[in-house]
Design a protein around this ligand. Sequence first.
Ligand SMILES: NC(=O)c1ccc[n+]([C@@H]2O[C@H](COP(=O)([O-])OP(=O)(O)OC[C@H]3O[C@@H](n4cnc5c(N)ncnc54)[C@H](OP(=O)(O)O)[C@@H]3O)[C@@H](O)[C@H]2O)c1
Length: 244
Amino acid sequence: MDIAGRVVLITGAARGLGCEVARQLASADALVLVSARQQENAERAAAELGSAGNVRALPVDLDVSDPDAGAEAAAALRADPGRLDILINNAAAYVDWSEMASSADLKLAEQVMAINLFGAWRLTQALLPLLRESDHPRIVNVASGAGSHADSQFGLTRRGGAAATYGISKAALGALTSTLAAELANTPVLINSVCPGLTATWPGAEQMGARPIADGAASIAWAATIPDDGPTGGFFRDGKPLGW
Ligand SMILES: NC(=O)c1ccc[n+]([C@@H]2O[C@H](COP(=O)([O-])OP(=O)(O)OC[C@H]3O[C@@H](n4cnc5c(N)ncnc54)[C@H](OP(=O)(O)O)[C@@H]3O)[C@@H](O)[C@H]2O)c1
């Protein structure tokens, strides 16, 4: 779908997949607002991405686990550019691969849930009024096969319990996608979860078989650009359905 002129907000976009999704959507002539926990990092990313198209930094420190984050993002968007068409809940955290559910530090687990689940939920709640004013509203929740029962490589039952909170948080994010899509059925808002696949956003990832950032980012960008008769309430990788 042609997304020229659409306004996009991406959380956690100063580096990694979020930054590359910003590049791809700006290259498609969207106006992309990148956000980060520290505004200066979003400004640096926006400056670096400037040649890709129209990229700006959201002028607030956007820590999605902050209870005020949603209201602050909404106020900044209302002030300029005054609209929002596409929200990409990309920000995420992770404890450790060795973290097991039986022994997990629940303080750390709560912090991860506060970002991966409640951060996306908070931003979605706060920005829905703006999105409802759009003719083509889209919400993309960046999830992971790690939160799926169906992923045969990294799924919930395929890691021997490793990275417990990360998987549980992404499964919960999928449940949020389904639940909200059911609530918003018969509205123009299309909300989907996507998995970028194992993507090389950290040193040494290629040696584990991770794919280039541009490929993982394209999997996310796809859900931001689906047409009005596109899917809602689904879970996708590279535009193809994944099992929950
Ligand atoms: N890479 C993969 O193989 C893979 C696979 C499946 C799914 N995913 C998902 O894809 C998304 C992007 O992953 P990535 O590999 O690009 O991760 P990343 O390089 O670790 O980037 C995560 C981003 O989230 C931000 N963030 C963390 N906590 C935040 C908070 N409280 N508020 C706002 N931003 C926060 C980070 O900001 P700072 O720079 O401030 O730390 C960073 O920009 C995540 O949702 C991840 O779970 C990735």
